[in-house]
Ligand binder design. Structure first.
Ligand code: SAH
Length: 360
């Protein structure tokens, strides 16, 4: 069989060579008439050394490099805006993709290292009422390479290794399942960027069958569930996805995730004044989560122009926390980062899109 035919019959996942696993690069090298080990070298240039051009891959034959250049041109994310918070040094990036779409990524420094919040889609189709990323719907999913590039670009531009990734930028990661899993495997490959799987958190609004599938991937990442309400009725008012799966179905999938991975879950709960922050809500939430291996992360809701939600006050937030703790639920309150730079949840891209441009 003609080896080129094989390549065309089995198209690569998203057309970007940086989305390929080492074994796939070895097969690609062979299909281009090279020895398999050339694929291993290629992986190292792309993922470990992270050079920007084929020219720099000095131990690869020139003819191979030329073929690669022709078939898999390397396009890189471009920085459209870079805003640094005067409050805590958080950096918010607006990147443009090869097709002109823009995405945002955030770099945050914690005592445990540098964390990057990665977008998984341009826009989102989940429709959560409080979220800016979803206002104009889904444009497209990102490739694994486009997610990797957010980490690599920030590593390069800020000159420091990224130790943690949270997949909490724009998009619903489990609505882009294959590319996101590929991204996680690639960024944690010991011969590539080499991040620890334990330092990755994936946040989902709760696509139940995908949570179950993820449990079977044999990954040791943290799963965060965007719960935001203590019962289905309230959740349906905030999140359209709640009409598809009940909280009980989500929690069953979470128990399964814990049984397969041994990883404790995080339940995200954005407190919105008068919506989900009463003492009764806290009690309901506590009874819901009894016996589950996980903790609640309380997030003061970020006011988004389109949504009209207001954040709960300090007293209400503390009372909510105390109530949960009284029932034995472990609670953390998310520290707000980059509040002065549209730090939250798709707001930079929205401002950029609606104003065409904005002051640097
Ligand atoms: N689609 C995924 C991940 C992206 S959002 C998810 O739903 O989990 C990451 C987190 O930010 C989610 O918990 C989301 O509900 C929350 N979020 C979105 N908009 C917010 C806002 N305006 N204020 C506070 N949290 C928000």
């Amino acid at each position: 069989m003609n080896s080129m035919m094989t390549m065309e019959e089995k198209p690569y996942p998203d057309g970007d060579i940086r989305s390929l696993y080492p074994a796939e690069l070895r097969a690609l090298a062979e299909s281009l008439g090279e020895k398999a080990f050339r694929g291993t070298q290629l992986f190292s240039w792309l993922h470990e050394k992270r050079v920007q051009t084929y020219d720099e891959m000095s131990n690869l034959p020139k003819s191979f490099r030329e073929k690669l250049e022709e078939r898999f041109p390397l396009r890189h994310l471009e920085v459209v805006r870079r805003q640094v918070s005067a409050v805590d040094g958080t950096v918010k990036y607006l990147f443009s993709l090869g097709d002109g779409n823009v995405i945002e990524s955030v770099r945050m420094v914690y005592h445990h290292g540098v964390s990057v919040c990665v977008s998984s889609q341009v826009g989102c189709r989940m429709g959560c009422r409080f979220c800016a990323s979803t206002v104009d719907g889904l444009v497209r999913s990102l490739t694994a390479a486009e997610m990797l590039e957010q980490v690599w670009a920030i590593d390069r531009l800020d000159g420091e290794r990224v130790s943690h990734v949270v997949i909490m930028g724009s998009g619903e990661p489990l609505d882009n399942y294959d590319n996101v899993v590929r991204f996680i495997r690639l960024v944690t490959d010991g011969k590539g960027y080499g991040m620890s799987q334990r330092n990755i958190t994936l946040s989902t609004c709760g696509l139940v069958p995908k949570i179950r599938a993820l449990a079977e991937e044999d990954l040791s990442i943290t799963l965060a569930i965007s719960l935001h309400a203590p019962n289905d009725e309230k959740r349906r008012a905030l999140m359209p996805v709640a009409s598809r799966w009940t909280i009980e179905e989500i929690l069953d999938a979470c128990r399964y995730y814990f049984s397969r991975t041994g990883r404790r879950l995080t339940f995200e709960y954005a407190l919105a004044s008068g919506q989900n922050d009463s003492a009764r809500d806290a009690e309901e939430l506590a009874s819901l989560l009894q016996g589950i291996n996980g903790h609640v992360n309380l997030i003061p809701v970020n006011p988004v122009r389109e949504s009209g939600f207001r954040r709960s006050g300090k007293k209400v937030t503390e009372a909510f926390q105390n109530k949960l703790e009284k029932y034995g639920i472990h609670v953390t309150i998310r520290r707000e980062m980059g509040s002065d730079i549209d730090g939250a949840c798709g707001q930079l891209r929205r401002r950029y899109m609606s104003e065409g441009d904005m002051p640097v």
